[in-house]
Design a protein. Structure first.
Length: 329
């Protein structure tokens, strides 16, 4: 029996080349080796912004279509929507009652986001506990995540161990898997920040459904430096290093080889053209398949199958938890 993988990307914006490099590429690499559960965490998407309901529904479908268009196989992967599995929020409440406020207040992502908001909702604070429920319901062995989610996986592991100690060995303790290269693709206009699905300034992000003209414009205007030398150094050359990373991940070659390939190139324009070519080679086939899938009933069929399977597994796990705690008659 295969070990299980679980991961999800919030539909709080449109999927970017950063999501492809940091997450989707991992899913593709692991899908034959692991029983892959890939869900759309729509409940997480309202922790900061109240999304337009129609837009959120369309984006959920768009994510699934892009997963399939990228090469993820429904025969190897289970796709489902978080809010269609009630055990997620039921187990999250149990975890809220097992976790101290001090643990949650130390979460770096909460501290970063809360400094940018006037009104902080409770959901943003307790978000890691819903994430823990997302993972632990399915006995996931590995959880591919970006580097910014590592702390949340560590909390998930602590919660699993705490529950197992207090009650019974119910939860499998998962392991985070973070790619060595491409885990955090940076914003093209501000390479000190992560490329975002939902940033107001879209010039810093390459979206998977951007057209060729838009991609060329965004990469051509990407921030670099005045040195005119191409090498990898995140401190001295964050912009160039980010473009090298994108090229390396999409071409599936080490950073050192990419740097060697471009070391004698003195034109940033020529270098950027190579990056553009690598992006288009990846994105254009995905877009072609996406627009084909979008016209069919495949998305609904796959989500219906995933909903049934996810509910069966999650409900059985939550029932064990419920009985152990003493809920019910």
């Amino acid at each position: 029996m295969k070990k299980r993988l679980l991961s999800g990307l919030q539909p709080s914006g449109e999927l970017t080349i950063g999501n492809y490099c940091g997450s989707i590429r991992q899913f593709l690499q692991f899908q034959k080796e692991y029983d892959s559960f890939l869900f759309i965490p729509d409940m997480h998407s309202i922790t900061v912004v109240r999304e337009n309901p129609d837009l959120l529904r369309k984006r959920i479908r768009r994510f699934v279509a892009l997963y399939l268009a990228s090469g993820l196989d429904a025969n190897n992967c289970t796709f489902y929507i978080q809010s269609e599995v009630s055990a997620h929020n039921q187990l999250a409440w149990v975890f809220e009652c097992l976790t101290c406020m001090g643990e949650l207040s130390r979460m770096t992502q909460f501290k970063d986001k809360s400094t940018k908001l006037k009104n902080i909702c409770c959901g943003l604070f307790t978000y890691p506990l819903l994430m823990a429920a997302d993972i632990l319901l399915y006995d996931a062995h590995i959880v591919p995540v970006g580097s910014d989610q590592k702390q949340h996986i560590e909390l998930t592991r602590s919660i699993a161990q705490r529950f197992n100690h207090l009650y019974k060995e119910v939860f499998l303790v998962p392991k985070a898997v973070i790619p060595e290269v491409g885990a955090k693709i940076k914003d093209l206009q501000d390479p000190e920040k992560k490329m975002s699905k939902s940033n107001g300034d879209t010039n810093g992000s390459i979206f998977l459904l951007d057209d060729e003209k838009t991609i060329r414009k965004k990469i051509s205007r990407a921030i670099t430096d005045s040195e005119k030398k191409i090498y990898y150094d995140k401190t001295k050359k964050p912009g160039i290093s980010n473009l090298i990373t994108i090229y390396s991940v999409l071409k599936a070659i080490p950073l050192s080889i990419t740097t060697k390939k471009f070391k004698n190139m003195t034109s940033y324009g020529d270098f950027k053209q190579k990056v553009i070519d690598a992006i288009l080679e990846t994105i254009v086939p995905i877009q072609e398949k996406y627009y084909q899938i979008e016209k069919t009933s495949l998305i609904n069929e796959i989500l219906d199958i995933g909903k049934k399977k996810a509910n069966q597994i999650a409900s059985a796990k939550y029932e064990k938890v419920r009985r152990l705690i003493g809920f019910g008659r």
